[in-house]
Design a protein around this ligand. Structure first.
Ligand SMILES: NC(=O)c1ccc[n+]([C@@H]2O[C@H](COP(=O)([O-])OP(=O)(O)OC[C@H]3O[C@@H](n4cnc5c(N)ncnc54)[C@H](O)[C@@H]3O)[C@@H](O)[C@H]2O)c1
Ligand SMILES: N[C@@H](CCO)C(=O)O
Ligand code: NA
Length: 816
């Protein structure tokens, strides 16, 4: 047989009652011999309590009596055929009259005992079970209403009565014997004492009733039907990716419930637990879903942890002092005293030096706990063997739970890595020796971020979300958004990565949206909803949003963002940049950026600083890390200049070709950076530094392409004007090269720690002779690649290839 228990929301409306009927009917038709336990209709228990209290205060309660009557009569009218309605109305009316009389008594005496309260409240379950049994009788004549107070025998602890197991077992057996072929609707939550007075079973009472009947009758399963899809991996209001768990062990369910997963109240499961009867949590409104099965054994094949739960508000008290060392009775005294005073200690940790004890309590109990300590340890405090306890507030507990932890090393490593990477400071740690649970105490402000980061870390099969803050919406930024938009579904399906752009700024406006900015019409969104751009404001907002797995992308050419990089790393946010400024400034800054990123466990990726999307930075890094040594680098690393000399042939004018390069998106926002060689210089500097050399921009021997007149131009317009005038200069160069069967190349070399960039004319024997378009080429001569160098070649500028390189860096963030 099966026990089906339905909570208040499941019998809350006529629509939901129809769902219940369908579920019960299906079970009955399948021959599962269900026994049904119902709670009161939702809201009814509260209403009854309120009426009882009003009566005791001499306030009227008949309005509410009317409400109750209507609520139940309504259901009769819509779910029972007219010809069967009258006896049901009569019986309900009789019950309501009983209730009215009892309330009159309370009203007259102005006194509400726990006993009367239990009696009054018990009407909720009596109404609902009687009612639903009568509705069901139309379809299943075997339906019968059972008032459980005749079978569930308890002590006289009204409000929270304890079961008399022996007697209850006998009575339930007798009931099942006399009602063998019936479909019973049993009131949850209520029992009676030895004098036959109605009692209630306290919190989770109807579940308890279901567990008792299930245990006595040896049910194959106890189904708890509610309005959620089972027990979830985390609080779905905070962790959007939380999902319901198919299988949990009793122990896991207890641990998860303890820390806030409120689907069931664990003590109610004990009767089922003792008999190893599985409990299924099902959703009345989505009956096709399997929900969660809580069973005796844990499911060893699934995730290493089962869930993450939390208590959002706790305080910790630290006790420190020499008085504790070697004093075995100390913690005994402390915790016995706290227990005696009914202070619930949520978590305890003690350092192995025995010099300090930390424990967590509810904030409401802090003052009392501190006072108790002051009294209990007065002598120790006076003698300075104990320092005045320290209090820390506004904290939360996050706990990962699961029996599989026991067999899996690296669980705590993964937990702390996820926390550390996201800049979440751990104040205290506790792991039960049972290894079912690791709890950490963190700042309350970090709880949402921590839950999400830890959820991502453990349920890796799930989508990982990167939260992106992007600066710069020009050529590269806009192209990146387009690519991210186009690849969104592919990334999610094939790589389980979701990229959410949550902050955007250009030099005019900035805009934030924690749910992710729609990249199809980001421009419109930024224009109409954006605020005035403000770089330091942008940084503040980025930090304040405190999201997990954050990446800052610098897609500007500005000098300003680089000044914030270190602070960004310190906030445990990774950086991806195509902007070369930060890496080509002072060497000290170059060094310190890397040290800071490493210290905070975040990534700093800048592949597109050199050769756009071509793998150059990455290759050099791999060579260095694997112990190779760079002997020489030779390279053409300006896509713009490459394009210019590849197209400055025949009748073409130099000026026109430069203009064209800018149109094609190869140049820097300011083309003087390209033609003046500064952009190339920056790239060589970065490579030299990544190759292990301590070198400054001023150390680079930078040969010019342009005549002085162009170099000295004060603005871009003036620059173009000068360029137009310099046609003769460039034509001479071109003719000279052509006459010698050579081509013009702007080549950088790194050798013996020295960087030189110069304009050269090379013939067809030179490996850099045959280049086309905006191609870059780089050849690494190393200890290992000595005879024939390692060469990387391909388009080294342009929005698509650059944004693609930024994209690749982005999805590699955190992939270690
Ligand atoms: N074009 C290429 O092939 C290529 C290749 C590799 C790297 N890059 C690098 O890409 C970067 C961007 O180039 P682009 O062509 O997209 O430039 P762009 O001029 O088209 O866009 C720059 C963007 O940055 C914004 N911006 C500037 N200062 C800002 C500030 N203080 N705060 C917020 N936003 C700011 C601007 O409003 C604009 O949206 C440059 O650093 C460049 O070196 C370009
Ligand atoms: N302006 C740069 C873009 C690539 O960094 C170039 O022309 O090479
Ligand atoms: Na690159």
């Amino acid at each position: 047989m099966k026990v089906l228990k339905f909570g208040g929301t499941s019998v809350g409306t006529k629509e939901s009652i129809q769902e219940v009927l369908a579920i019960v009917k299906e079970s009955f038709d399948k021959g599962e011999k269900p026994l049904v336990v119902l709670s009161a209709m939702s809201g009814v228990t509260n209403l009854l309590t309120q009426m009882a209290e009003h009566a005791a205060e001499g306030k009227p309660f008949d309005e509410n009596l009317k409400v109750l009557e209507e609520k139940h009569f309504d259901v009769v009218k819509s779910l029972i055929a007219v010809k069967f309605q009258n006896p049901v109305f009569t019986k309900l009316k009789l019950m309501l009259n009983d209730l009215d009389e009892i309330l009159q008594g309370v009203f007259a005496l102005r006194e509400l005992s726990m006993q009367s309260k239990d009696l009054i409240v018990s009407f909720g379950e009596r109404f609902s079970n009687y009612l639903v049994s009568k509705i069901m009788e139309q379809y299943i004549p075997e339906s019968e209403y059972i008032n459980a107070s005749h079978y569930v025998k308890t002590d006289s602890n009204f409000g929270n009565a304890h079961i008399n197991e022996e007697l209850t077992t006998q009575l339930i057996h007798a009931l099942s014997y006399t009602h063998a072929d019936k479909l019973l609707f049993v009131t949850g939550f209520i029992g009676s004492n030895d004098k036959g007075r109605v009692t209630t079973l306290g919190r989770g009472g109807s579940d308890y009733t279901a567990a008792i009947f299930g245990a006595v009758l040896g049910a194959s399963v106890i189904e708890i039907w509610t309005d959620v899809n089972g027990m979830m991996t985390a609080d779905p209001r905070i962790v959007k990716k939380a999902f319901s768990l198919p299988i949990l062990s009793y122990t896991e369910a207890m641990e998860l419930s303890y820390f806030g997963a409120k689907v069931i109240y664990p003590p109610t499961m004990i009767p089922a637990f003792m008999k190893k009867i599985p409990i299924a949590i099902r959703n009345t409104f989505e009956p096709h879903l399997a929900g969660t099965v809580i069973q005796f054994e844990s499911d060893k094949s699934s995730y290493p942890i089962k869930g993450i739960s939390s208590i959002s508000d706790i305080s910790i008290i630290n006790l420190t002092g020499s008085g504790m060392i070697g004093k075995s009775g100390f913690s005994g005294r402390l915790f016995t005293m706290l227990a005696r005073e009914q202070i619930n200690v949520i978590l305890i940790t003690q350092s192995s030096s025995e010099h300090s004890i930390t424990f967590a309590v509810n904030p409401q109990e802090v003052v009392k706990a501190l006072q108790l300590i002051a009294v209990e340890f007065e002598l120790e405090l006076e003698a300075n063997k104990l320092i005045m306890p320290e209090l820390e507030e506004n904290l939360s507990v996050l706990a990962i739970v699961g029996e599989n932890m026991k067999r899996t090393p690296g669980i705590s490593g993964r937990l702390f890595h996820a926390l550390g990477r996201n800049g979440i400071n751990v104040r205290a740690i506790a792991q039960g020796s049972s290894e079912f649970n690791i709890s950490v105490i963190i700042s309350k402000d970090d709880l949402g971020k921590a839950l999400n980061a830890v959820h991502d870390a453990f349920f890796a099969e799930l989508k990982k979300t990167l939260h992106v803050f992007n600066l710069g919406t020009g050529n590269i930024g806009a192209t990146l958004f387009k690519q991210l938009y186009e690849q969104h579904d592919f990334l999610l399906d094939n790589n389980d990565i979701e990229v959410k752009v949550v902050g955007i700024s250009n030099s005019r406006k900035m805009h934030f949206n924690e749910a992710g900015i729609n990249l199809e019409d980001w421009q419109e969104d930024l224009e109409s909803n954006g605020e005035i751009a403000d770089l330091s404001g942008f940084m503040e907002r980025m930090r304040a949003m405190n999201l997990p797995n954050c990446v800052f992308i610098d897609n500007t050419a500005s000098k300003l963002p680089a000044t914030y990089y270190e602070d960004i790393f310190k906030s445990n946010i990774s950086i991806v940049t195509c902007n070369k400024i930060a890496n080509s400034g002072d060497y000290a800054q170059y060094r310190s950026l890397r040290d800071t990123a490493r210290l905070h466990g975040v990534d700093f990726f800048y592949e597109t600083n050199v050769g756009a999307g071509l793998p150059i930075v990455r290759v050099l890094k791999d060579l260095m890390m694997s112990g190779d040594r760079i002997l020489k680098i030779e390279a053409i690393l300006s896509g713009t200049i490459s394009y210019i000399f590849n197209n400055f042939v025949g009748d073409a004018s130099f000026y026109e070709v430069v203009k064209k390069a800018q149109e094609l998106g190869y140049t820097e926002p300011d083309p003087r950076d390209d033609l003046g060689g500064v952009d190339f210089m920056r790239k060589m500097l970065i490579l030299a530094r990544d190759g292990g050399h301590v070198i400054e921009a001023s150390d680079v021997d930078l040969g010019a392409i342009l005549p002085d007149s162009c170099l000295q131009a004060a603005s871009v317009d003036e620059f173009y004007a000068e360029l137009l005038k310099a046609d003769q200069y460039f034509n001479t160069l071109k003719d000279k090269a052509a006459s010698e069967n050579k081509v013009i190349r702007y080549i950088g070399t790194l050798k013996d720690g020295k960087v030189k960039i110069s304009l050269q004319m090379v013939d067809s024997s030179h490996p850099f002779f045959a280049l086309s378009g905006s191609d870059n080429i780089i050849s690494f001569t190393t200890e290992r690649y000595k005879e024939r160098p390692l060469v990387v070649k391909g388009p080294g500028a342009g929005a698509e290839v650059t944004a693609g390189g930024v994209f690749a860096d982005l999805i590699n963030v955190g992939a270690r």
